[in-house]
Design a protein around this ligand. Structure first.
Ligand SMILES: [Zn+2]
Length: 243
């Protein structure tokens, strides 16, 4: 994909969306940034809204997480508290599902959705879900790319050394690829979460919407991140084409 993007950039006259001019790319970048801001606000407001709705069963998010993990044979996965808001995560290295303060003891629809989602990631790791393996493999490249792409790109521009500009673009493309493979991982974790919540009767059928809406809002932030990165990639390519 990276090679395709770069070779296409080199032949801008044949390309379609890569033929984009700098101003258009810049406007798309700003639009993507606004979209990302809206998604960030939305995930917070949706969480707060459904964190006020208590579930009828009264199971706490941490109890729900334990139930889901155990039912998948993941007795070795620990559940811990973590400070902050919406900091919930699963760490495959320590095998710990960390739930934030507003989630851990909560019996709300939102908290149960979030806890079940993180358990979904633990199950993905345990079952060798392929996209999460690809994501883990791309991660070091994306990390390297995000930290050095800009300096490499700028040095290429300053010294008018095109290969360096290309390397900068390729490095950034790793970030885009990483965010792209993050999407199936996140959507799948949410799908597993909703199935577990339903199968174990943690929420009643008529309560599922609250967890689902919370998880959908969270998933949209990943779509937004990808959109921001993709438009930034277009901006780098358009800058290269302009020169
Ligand atoms: Zn997730």
């Amino acid at each position: 994909m990276v090679q395709l993007l770069i070779s296409a950039a080199g032949q801008a006259h044949r390309a379609s969306f890569l033929d984009i001019n700098y101003t258009t790319a810049y406007i798309l970048c700003i639009a993507a940034f606004i979209f990302a801001l809206i998604c960030q606000v939305r995930v917070k407001t949706t969480f707060n809204k459904y964190n006020k709705v208590r579930s009828l069963m009264g199971i706490t998010a941490s109890e729900a997480a334990r139930r889901i993990l155990d039912s998948n044979g993941l007795y070795n996965v620990q559940i811990a508290r973590i400070s902050g808001s919406l900091t919930d995560n699963y760490n495959p290295r320590t095998n710990v599902v960390s739930l934030s303060e507003s989630v851990y003891d909560s019996t709300s629809l939102a908290a149960i959705g979030v806890a079940a989602h993180e358990c979904g990631h633990a199950v993905q790791h345990a079952k060798g879900y392929v996209p999460i393996k690809i994501r883990s493999a791309v991660f070091p490249l994306a990390q390297l790319g995000s930290s050095v792409y800009f300096i490499v790109f700028i040095l290429g521009v300053i010294f008018s050394f095109e290969p360096l500009v290309d390397v900068g673009i390729i490095l950034f493309a790793f970030v885009v690829v990483f965010q792209l493979v993050t999407l199936p991982v996140e959507f799948n974790a949410s799908r597993r979460a909703m199935q577990s919540i339903d199968n174990h009767g943690i929420l009643r059928k008529e309560e599922l919407y609250g967890a689902r809406r919370t998880l959908t809002a969270a998933a949209m932030t990943y779509v937004a991140s990808l959109t921001v990165s993709f438009t930034q990639l277009l901006r780098l390519l358009s800058y290269r084409n302009r020169r």
